[in-house]
Design a protein around this ligand. Structure first.
Ligand code: PEP
Ligand code: MG
Length: 581
């Protein structure tokens, strides 16, 4: 039994067998498979060679007229190796003799050949070592591809173990069978974590080299509450965790009973609790958990469902579905936040060097106006049928905001000319998720109807900490005084301008932080639907007066640890009913 510590990003406990998927661009971990799986590994290997050969053949014929001799050379080398029976036999032998997984066996044999090439004095031959790495990658990609494909045809529940997962992969998982996630990479607010939370799948990320130590079919415990993963637990531990999981579930049931009760403080201040969604169907969960509406609809996930760029009708139909489910409750539709870790990198020929500082969010939309306009038309058309608000992500300047608004005005004019109905007074707001927008919030507030603070990005840009990089995860600190000062300052700017302000980053999903946010003046929180009951419970246990005192105290602290310790201690008192106000 081995215990791994990571970051718990989605609550709950899962005890199931592992389905391991590796990353093709990562060093393939040494993995020994049980004897009964050897034949299957050999079969997978054969198929990967066949698929890779077919792929090369297609590539070669599509480049048949290429005059570049270098390209022809590369194709020839690849095909030579892929058709080489001895090579395939060597790999098969290692699988059979040493019980290595097909991926690892490929990696061992190919790296041996590459080493050999590297050591020859002939420069032409030594340069071929790079081709060998390429071929290794190509075969491994086919092997891993079929494992990822397998996840679509599961017949029994599993816990997925991976080096990393993209938000797209996570969102396409079938909840019936995928019961837990554990990844080596990732951070608390990576989009993969957010999606897991929304789907209610227990997940732990930033586990170092966990994926190298798990074999397909190992028994795994994923404890998303404590950020722990246990590989191959003993009977006693499994028993302990089963009863802990049952207790957790019971508590969930009790919390869900709060759904019908209002989110109101002990001194009768109503707080609006909204849900964050990625798909319209999740609106149902928002309602079940007692949410008052949708505060953030991450529409870029529409790019997952359709093979091409979604059309105006794809957008419109999705929004109408959400409106149908939410009835008269408000829905804040965020225009697509593509880029960074969402969709564009994998599709582009040349990925950006620094995607979180690159062409993402509103910047991407302003450079792809026809795509942007199609979405704006759909949002406006949907606004005729429900309480729709529109929100732009990642605004960093007044000019950017005005450009986006001009395009909206343009689209409105077109709709008017075409006699298509829309809500002329549909509120338009922006996300405050960069220090730049937080610092010019007074000006921005003059030209928008509301702010919603995206703390996930605000924290990463303020502290210069990549939100998806597990190596700096310990520096990603929501309680950093700079972050808290910015939050408080934005709340004040919104109050001065008399516009609504909410928080829709993951900080709003943290029950420990709820009193502090109320104390800073926030009255609307938008959060992961599964967390609504827990946050509501805290709201119903505190008074605004108490929260204000807490905020005053915290804003005077000069280190994050003071805040963390203080709010943790207060949270304990709240939970134990020992709060003396
Ligand atoms: C945020 O940045 O806090 C936010 C809500 O947006 P996203 O997580 O989609 O980047
Ligand atoms: Mg964001």
């Amino acid at each position: 039994m081995e215990i791994y510590k990571g970051i718990g990003v989605s609550q709950g406990v899962s005890i199931y067998r592992a389905a391991v998927i590796d990353a093709e661009d990562y060093r393939i971990p040494k993995r020994v498979v049980p004897k009964r799986e050897i034949a299957n590994e050999v079969k997978r290997l054969r198929k990967a060679f066949l698929d890779a050969t077919q792929e090369m053949n297609t590539l070669q014929s599509s480049q048949a007229d290429a005059s570049d001799g270098h390209i022809k050379d590369i194709f020839a080398v690849h095909l030579h190796f892929l058709r080489d029976r001895t090579l395939r036999k060597n790999i098969t032998d290692i699988i059979s003799e040493k019980q290595y997984s097909a991926e690892y066996a490929v990696s061992v044999v190919m790296r041996d050949i590459a080493r050999h090439f590297n050591h020859t004095p002939d420069r032409y031959i030594s340069e071929r070592a790079n081709d060998i790495f390429d071929i290794e990658k190509r075969i491994v990609r086919h092997l891993i591809g079929d494992k990822r494909e397998d996840l679509k045809h599961l017949t029994a529940p599993v816990v997925v173990i991976a080096r990393d997962l993209t938000p797209t992969e996570t969102a396409s998982f079938d909840k019936t069978y995928i019961k837990g996630l554990a990844t080596d990479a990732g951070g608390r607010t990576s989009h993969t974590a957010i999606v897991a939370r929304s789907m209610g799948i227990p997940a732990v990320v930033a586990l170092g080299d966990l994926s190298q130590h798990v074999t397909q079919g190992d028994m795994i415990i994923v404890d998303g509450n404590r950020g722990t993963v246990i590989v191959d637990p003993d009977e006693e531990t499994i028993k302990e965790y089963r009863s802990y999981a049952a207790e957790f579930l019971n508590n969930e049931i009790l919390l869900n009973e709060l759904a019908e009760l209002p989110a109101v403080t002990t001194d009768f201040e109503p707080i609006e609790l909204l849900g964050n969604i990625e798909f319209p169907e999740e609106s149902t969960m928002v309602l079940q958990r007692g949410g008052d509406g949708v505060g953030l609809y991450r529409t870029e996930f529409l790019f997952l469902d359709v093979s091409e760029e979604p059309s105006e009708e794809d957008h419109f139909n999705a929004y109408m579905k959400a409106i149908e489910l939410m009835g008269n409750r408000s829905i804040t539709i965020r225009t697509v936040d593509l880029g960074a870790d969402k969709f564009t990198q994998a599709r582009s020929g040349e990925p950006e060097r620094n995607p979180f500082l690159g062409l993402r969010s509103i910047r991407y939309c302003l450079q792809h106006v026809p795509m942007f306009k199609a979405q704006l038309r759909a949002i406006l058309r949907a606004s005729a049928f429900g309480k729709v608000k529109m929100m732009f992500p990642l605004i960093t300047s007044m000019v950017e905001l005005r450009q986006a608004k001009w395009i909206v005005a343009d689209v409105k004019e077109d709709l008017e000319e075409q006699g298509i109905a829309f809500d002329e007074n549909m509120p338009v707001g922006i996300m405050i998720e960069t220090p730049a927008s937080a610092l010019i919030a007074d000006d921005l507030a003059q030209e928008v109807d509301f702010f919603s603070i995206g703390t996930n990005d605000l924290i990463q840009y303020t502290l210069a900490v990549d939100r998806v990089n597990e190596r700096v995860a310990s520096l990603y600190n929501p309680m950093h005084p700079a972050v808290l000062q910015l939050l408080s300052s934005v709340a004040k700017s919104a109050k001065r301008a008399k516009i609504d302000v909410s928080i829709c980053g993951e900080m709003a999903s943290e029950p420990e932080v709820t009193p502090l946010l109320l104390g800073m003046g926030f009255r609307t929180l938008s959060l992961a639907p599964p967390m609504i009951p827990e946050v509501k419970k805290v709201i119903r246990s505190v008074s605004v007066e108490y929260c204000r005192r807490m905020a005053r105290k915290v804003l005077a602290f000069d280190t994050e640890s003071q805040t963390v310790n203080f709010i943790r201690e207060e949270f304990r008192k709240i939970n134990e009913g020992k709060l003396t106000e």
